[in-house]
Ligand binder design. Sequence first.
Ligand code: HEM
Length: 363
Amino acid sequence: MNFPDYESGIPDDAVAALDPLHADAVCARLPAMNERADLSAVCTSLRTIIPTTEQVAAFDPLECLAAMRDIGILLGSVKRHGAEPVLAVPELEPVLLELGARTDLVPRDTVHHYTCWNPRGIRQRMYTGDPQETHLIDSVRNAMPRLGAAVTICARLMRLDPADPAFAESMNVVADHLQAMVTSISDVVAQVSPVYFARGLRPYFEAITVAGTEYLGPAAANMPLALVDVALWASDHGHESYDCFHRESISYSLPPWRRLYTGWRRGPSLAEVISTAIAEDDHGPVQAAAEALCRALRVLIVFRGKHVTIARRAYEEEVGLYREGSGGGTVELLARILRLTRDIAAEVGVRHQRLAANVRRSA
Ligand code: HEM
């Protein structure tokens, strides 16, 4: 099968420019239909854009991604108004399965469809049309390429000796890329009200059932940050609850990242590799590597501190409508991940300081 060329990188703007289902007009009308909670109009619109299996067969791989994006925004809307999409529109199911198979992704839209492959401006696919929705889409759109770059560098780091100066250099670049997550969440904290997220948008990200299996909505939680964690520390310093979360989350990820996860999930993590190197030679050149890892972990802590604060507000009892996030996790899980990130940063920090003292003594 001719899959999208994920290894070379998907040209996001090229996918965004496509409209294989001629859905521009329908998508432009969707926020108004949603505002009226007009389930029947959303279902009718969805029926008008569903391609036949022959049409899907004629799509190239990037058109398949764009088609899933447009079907996705409508089916999330159907679910929000109380119907199970494949029951309300039965012709949907074979098309979702076929588009999932053609793109080597789950048989529904993911966070990539909703953000990176979503056109900007007047053609942007939106559930609500509220400017706050654009801020949320942009926050992920802007951070995703930097997170992808961080994953690629982690893959290089797995092959490097921590004593090699290139290791510390690359780890510092990972920290720089992770900074994009901090920028994104800061923008969201400044521009998006927790009440809008909780009541206006979150209901569109509910799970749907396709061929008897539940699939989660296009949540930011499925960005590959957990994969970066697994590389840096979480494969051997995690917790069962976080392991469950990243095991599930990775299935919504792009195929090359799913393969990396399989290779990394049993460790050793880069934190472990650095600790072992320090234990074997406590006078040495791994100091810069440990320092750079601490820097990367501190960036994660800043992101997670801000993120858990807004998540807590959005899921407060009097604000939120759900107990769980759209990615299948809870605010308690976020707090736990933050604690785990702090713990590993403290552990690596202590090792790094001891090593630095040793290096100073022997100088
Ligand atoms: C109002 C804004 C937001 C709220 C209320 C919120 C809420 C949540 C919740 C409850 C979770 C737990 C897992 C789940 O979704 O089921 C989660 C996970 C996650 N969210 Fe958000 N989120 C928000 C914005 C963002 C933004 C803007 C980003 C990234 C740019 C982001 C990235 C993540 C990531 C990567 C996770 C996985 C857990 C982690 O790495 O700490 N979220 N979010």
